[in-house]
Design a protein around this ligand. Structure first.
Ligand code: NCD
Ligand code: ZN
Length: 347
């Protein structure tokens, strides 16, 4: 008989954009409802570069998620060409900064202040290596001569591989991987190199975004690739390999900013993240591997305990709402209007 319910350790989301102000108040509850902890991305309009900024942002997140008092936002620092290594070390030792995020300058939303040349921050990365502070990377090159569908593969070759060679002890999370190249690369490295995989990259390929009319709500960065890559990501996720773990990259933008002549990158997948992930594992007949990917591998990589709480998922259909929140900030959730097979039990 097919399994109709699944109880697992409460998962964490290792890659989340919660934004700030009214958008934060509107979206944060969806992450806090499902996850014990979340790694909070620092790409606010004014990037989070200091311990004081991160502590203040964390307090605003806790305020916005006060209905879920167990939820713990884990903060990250936004690396710039000129960030002070001492600030990172202090933030890490005080428990404010869990990790630091590398955005190649201009790679994605709010990344203009990102790193223009990785060599410039080598002293920072060396400091992180020596204190065991993880580096989270947006793995795409930005050179205009590299095709957008090749940017992740070229990043591996030209940036990531040399970096790992130069700093073999640095803990690196290759965020939101989208290619077979990335999955194979991560698998072949030592245990200090891991990767997050989003739910949408397990479910859609580039044709889903582009065939039969452009679907701006399926546009994100790194952009979805060919079907063979989606299949390789599914294989990595269900493998149980401790290098691969859950990170939604939920990235809300107001509907008008997505449905635009120059639409923003980002998919708001938080509202039904677990339900969509479990559907993938169900389709792959791998429900027995779901807890590792969603709740065990991430904490192990970050050296944190697993959550005490349990979550029960049941196979009972539900419909995703057409939109969430209020204009002008209303957001279209991933799979708006569609039916899902699973839901989180609230018994
Ligand atoms: C993210 C955002 O909107 O902040 N967008 C996205 O498409 N994933 C930034 C990012 O993670 O690249
Ligand atoms: Zn992201």
């Amino acid at each position: 008989m097919a399994m109709e319910s699944l109880t697992i350790t409460q998962p964490d989301d290792w890659h989340v954009h919660l934004r700030d102000d009214e958008m934060l108040k509107q979206v944060a509850q969806y992450t806090a409802r499902q996850f014990g902890r979340a790694i909070i991305m620092p790409n606010l309009k004014v990037p989070v570069t200091t311990t004081a900024m991160a502590a203040a942002y964390q307090a605003r997140i806790l305020q916005a998620t006060s209905d879920y008092p167990g939820f713990k936002p884990l903060m990250t620092a936004y690396l710039t060409d000129t960030i002070d290594p001492q600030e990172l070390q202090t933030g890490h030792s005080e428990g404010i900064f869990t990790a630091a995020k590398l955005y190649p300058a201009n790679a994605t939303t709010n990344s203009a202040a990102g790193v223009s040349n990785i060599k410039l921050i080598y002293p920072v990365l060396e400091a992180m290596q020596s204190i065991g502070m993880p580096l989270l990377v947006h793995g795409e090159v930005v050179s205009p001569d590299v095709d957008i569908f090749d940017r992740e593969a070229v990043f591996i070759e030209t940036i990531l591989q040399p970096l790992i060679k130069d700093m073999p002890e640095l803990n690196v999370v290759f965020e939101h991987i989208t290619t077979k190249d990335a999955a194979d690369f991560v698998e072949a490295q030592a245990d200090n190199i891991g990767a997050t995989i989003t739910v949408h990259h397990l479910q859609i390929n580039r044709s889903d975004m582009l065939v039969g009319g452009i679907k701006p709500h399926l546009y994100c960065l790194p952009v979805a690739k060919r079907e063979e890559h989606r299949l390789a990501l599914r294989k990595a996720a269900i493998s149980g390999n401790k290098k691969f773990f859950l990170g939604t990259d939920t990235a809300p933008h107001a509907i008008g900013d997505k449905e635009s002549a120059c639409g923003c990158a980002g998919i708001f997948s938080a509202p039904h993240a677990l339900e969509n992930y479990v559907q993938v594992f169900d389709e792959e007949n791998s429900l027995d591997q779901f807890e590792k990917f969603a709740a065990l591998n991430g904490p192990a990589f970050y050296g944190l305990p697993i959550n005490d709480k349990k979550v029960r998922l049941v196979k009972k259909p539900q419909q995703v709402p057409a939109s969430i929140g209020h204009p002008p900030l209303a957001v279209s959730p991933y799979k708006a209007g569609e039916m899902l097979d699973w839901r989180i039990s609230t018994d």
